[in-house]
Design a protein around this ligand. Structure first.
Ligand code: IPE
Ligand code: IPE
Ligand code: MG
Length: 226
């Protein structure tokens, strides 16, 4: 069995699910949040330490304003209603991405991170306004500015994921096989699973099947294993 510390998700397919089932992309996003909650509960039972969810990319600003507004309304609502549960259940929340939002959202995010910073049952990383290329570029800039030697070990200290183990598994739902600028550095040796189901249809049973498959993979990291 392979150790399993960290699973990352590209939660794709909300829009299509919403259009098909509710005639509204936005209602697909709302439904997608239920999958997030189920996956968190299941992962706590499975004793997985870290989950990372890709919620909004640095490229998603290209979407219509109505959809962007709805997504951020959902996020605010989630933070306001769930933060006490996170505190109570020993869940740590961390934001990956450029925190350049409205004053209200910035302070909600900062407050949620601060209030949960000593929690440790499970770490939930939420990637919002996240883009991997800018993350790596900024890390190189920071190394340069501080005159620190540029090497992989030092660069990792300036990524949003500093101190977080790399994902063992990446799951992308929504029947699309691409990374969409997500964790390009951190996924170097992750096991990648592309799932046909749309995110709101992705169930803990689907997740468990992937974990079973993962357990049977030989992870070589360049060497040869028997
Ligand atoms: C992913 O679902 C969630 C976000 C990008 C916010 P999409 O909204 O991309 O859903 P599809 O791919 O259009 O179905
Ligand atoms: C990736 O999904 C981003 C998130 C899941 C937040 P997209 O739907 O934005 O990806 P592309 O545009 O199809 O590559
Ligand atoms: Mg999509």
């Amino acid at each position: 069995m392979n150790p399993l510390k960290h699973v990352a998700f590209i939660m794709d397919g909300n829009g299509r699910w919403g259009l098909k089932n509710k005639n509204s992309r936005n209602l697909g996003h709302k439904q997608g949040l239920k999958t997030v909650e189920e996956i968190i509960k299941f992962s706590i039972k499975k004793k997985i330490n870290y989950l990372t969810f890709f919620a909004f990319s640095s490229e998603n600003w290209k979407r219509p304003k109505t959809e962007i507004d709805y997504l951020f309304k959902l996020l605010k609502n989630f933070l306001k209603t769930k933060i006490n549960e996170f505190i109570k259940n020993d869940i740590k929340l961390k934001i990956l991405g450029e925190k350049k939002f409205s004053k209200e959202l910035n302070s909600l995010l900062n407050r949620a991170e601060k209030k949960t910073k000593n929690n440790c049952k499970i770490h939930i990383n939420l990637a919002i306004n996240y883009g991997s290329k800018i993350e790596i570029t900024n890390a190189i800039k920071a190394l340069n500015k501080k005159k620190i030697k540029i090497n992989p070990h030092n660069l990792e200290k300036f990524l949003y994921t500093k101190g977080i183990p790399d994902p063992d598994i990446l799951i992308r739902t929504g029947n699309t096989k691409r990374l969409s600028n997500f964790l390009l550095w951190q996924l170097s040796y992750s096991e990648i699973f592309f799932e046909k189901k749309l995110w709101p249809d992705f169930k803990t049973t689907d997740f468990n099947k992937i974990i079973v498959e993962y357990n049977n993979i030989k992870r070589n990291y360049g060497s040869i294993t028997k």
